[in-house]
Design a protein around this ligand. Structure first.
Ligand code: F6P
Length: 319
């Protein structure tokens, strides 16, 4: 193993830079040249890359985003683009590639692996929607960002005696909403994993008001509905002033949490270690305090288990 590539793909996530830094420095420490591929698989198709040095990753461990850039490449998914990418892998002399991202990234990595390019995947997405791993890079930072907003919105919600619907990201996964709801003391979470009944939501709001609650916070996962529609319906049914906020991209940026930096650093080093030991076509995950690896295809075929216990607990604790 003489030369490896590293790329970040899909939605960026805090902690990706820590992982890039670890791949580069752990690689160089082990006498491996590291090439940074810009803008994910698009960079591989276009041959857009840069040689990484120790100093190229200085001062990035604490920064959100990804210094390599990220994209969702359609070209890479098509035959012609994919073949161009393979040619570039050869041209650059890459013996393996570390791919950092979510399920789309891992699908791309799996295709490369099938075509004979050794790959290791590091889970990086704020959505926490990968079934095989307990957590993904960026999830906890995004959660903290959401909680900061929830607390601010709660202040004004209390002052005005309103209901506030807060829409968070997560695509088809409700984890950001669920854990922000539990950690933020929301009255209710609405997530794609559970069918909701608007009358039950309204009853919960009215019960809370009857026992003197000044505000109601509803955290809505983007995959479960539209904040504007739901808040209008709640106001109509309850007669309580209701506002909504869509937190949007603030959730994807910002200083990565200690956990995301640690996980990024450890996973980056492990990815290099695996490639140098001729172990490839694996993805890294975390369970408890342990970082593990598993077959990429197997990981992608797993179905995410819904944390029903936390969902029920959120409801109980907000009575
Ligand atoms: O996958 C991360 C994520 O932020 C999702 O939560 C969201 O639905 C999506 O990306 C937004 O994608 P884009 O950056 O393409 O608008």
């Amino acid at each position: 193993m003489k030369k490896i590539g590293v790329l970040t793909s899909g939605g960026d996530a805090p902690g990706m830079n820590a992982a890039i830094r670890a791949v580069v420095r752990y690689g160089i420490f082990n006498n491996i040249n590291v090439v940074g591929i810009k803008n994910g698989f698009r960079g591989l198709v276009e041959g857009d890359s840069m040689e990484m040095s120790l100093s190229s990753v200085a001062d990035i461990i604490h920064r959100g985003g990804t210094v390599l850039g990220s994209a969702r490449s359609k070209d890479f998914q098509e035959k012609e683009g994919f073949e161009r990418a393979l040619k570039n892998v050869k041209y650059l002399g890459l013996d393996g590639i570390v791919t950092i991202g979510g399920d789309g990234t891992f699908k791309g990595a799996m295709e490369l692996a099938k075509a004979g390019v050794p790959t290791i995947g590091i889970p990086g997405t704020i959505d926490n929607d990968l079934a095989y791993t307990q957590y993904t890079l960026g999830f906890f930072t995004a959660l903290t960002t959401v909680l900061e907003s929830v607390e601010k919105i709660r202040d004004t919600s209390s002052s005005h005696g309103r209901t506030n619907v807060i829409q968070v990201m997560g695509r088809n996964c409700g984890d950001i909403a669920l854990y922000a709801g539990l950690a933020g003391g929301a009255e209710m979470v609405i997530i794609p994993e559970v069918d909701y009944n608007i009358d039950e939501v309204c009853d919960k709001i009215m019960q809370g008001r009857a026992r003197g609650k000044k505000h109601s916070i509803i955290i809505l996962a983007e995959g479960a509905g539209d904040a504007k529609d739901i808040s209008e319906l709640i106001e109509k049914k309850t007669g309580v002033g209701t506002r909504y906020s869509v937190l949007g991209y603030t959730q994807r940026g910002g200083t990565p949490s200690a956990f995301d930096r640690l996980m990024g650093s450890q996973m980056g080093a492990m990815a290099v270690e695996l490639l140098t030991s001729s172990v490839s076509n694996r993805v890294l995950g975390i369970k408890g305090n342990e970082i593990f690896h598993m077959d990429i295809e197997e990981a992608l075929s797993m179905e995410k288990k819904f944390d029903e216990k936390s969902y029920e607990l959120t409801k109980i604790l907000s009575i």
